[in-house]
Design a protein around this ligand. Sequence first.
Ligand SMILES: C[S@@+](CC[C@H](N)C(=O)[O-])C[C@H]1O[C@@H](n2cnc3c(N)ncnc32)[C@H](O)[C@@H]1O
Length: 236
Amino acid sequence: MKPYFQSDLVTLYLGDCRDQLLGLPSESVDLMLTGPPYGMAYEGRGQRAAAIRADGSRQGMRVLRQALTAAGPSLAADAHALVFCHWSSWPDFTDAVAAHLKMKGALIWWKNRGGVGDCTGSYAPDYEVLLHAVGGKRRPLVGKRMVAVLAGFAPVPPPKRLHPTEKPVSLLRLLIERSCPAGGLVLDPFAGSGSTLVAAQQLGRRAVGVELEERYCEAAARRLEQALHEGQPQVA
Ligand SMILES: C[S@@+](CC[C@H](N)C(=O)[O-])C[C@H]1O[C@@H](n2cnc3c(N)ncnc32)[C@H](O)[C@@H]1O
């Protein structure tokens, strides 16, 4: 299929990752970094209301399992995978990922910004969970050992978001630097507004993304173009 966007480093497809991933060269992906639909039936609120496709809990799990099956052959033997999830879908996401890769643990992205919900009856949900898994062949993380709670990465403020669950590029850059070798290939099967692809491009990594909704592909392509004009990739 013709890419929706292509540059020297990044290729973005508009489509269903369960079909697109089947065409990736075998054992080519060094890092799968993605935020699949969380299975929360997210609809947003107010002006920024926007439902996320495949976000019903059963549907979300089915899509994730099928996407992992489609991506499986493209993962290198020493690939890493980092998959965002919500605490309520954490056990199911772990089962789905563990069917393909060896679990190494979970990271917590601490957003340090309070949160909505039952303000007097629950703790503020100011974090997201990231599952870390690896292939059968060991490849160490780059750099000194870090703790699993990642702080200091502010969420994208709502008025600036191009996607309701957009991740900060700074956080994704850290994860890519540590889990994808120089010249390596990053895969995001649920690319949304392209945050993972922008982070990879800024670091001089190659990246492939797939997104089902054209409005998000459009946003991602704009960001990638803009990032290209703003600066040369840093090859690290
Ligand atoms: C949680 S969001 C990802 C947000 C992204 N990390 C960002 O920073 O913008 C999940 C995305 O997966 C997309 N999606 C859902 N089902 C898909 C499928 N089968 N193939 C490709 N994309 C899909 C949704 O449209 C949504 O944009």
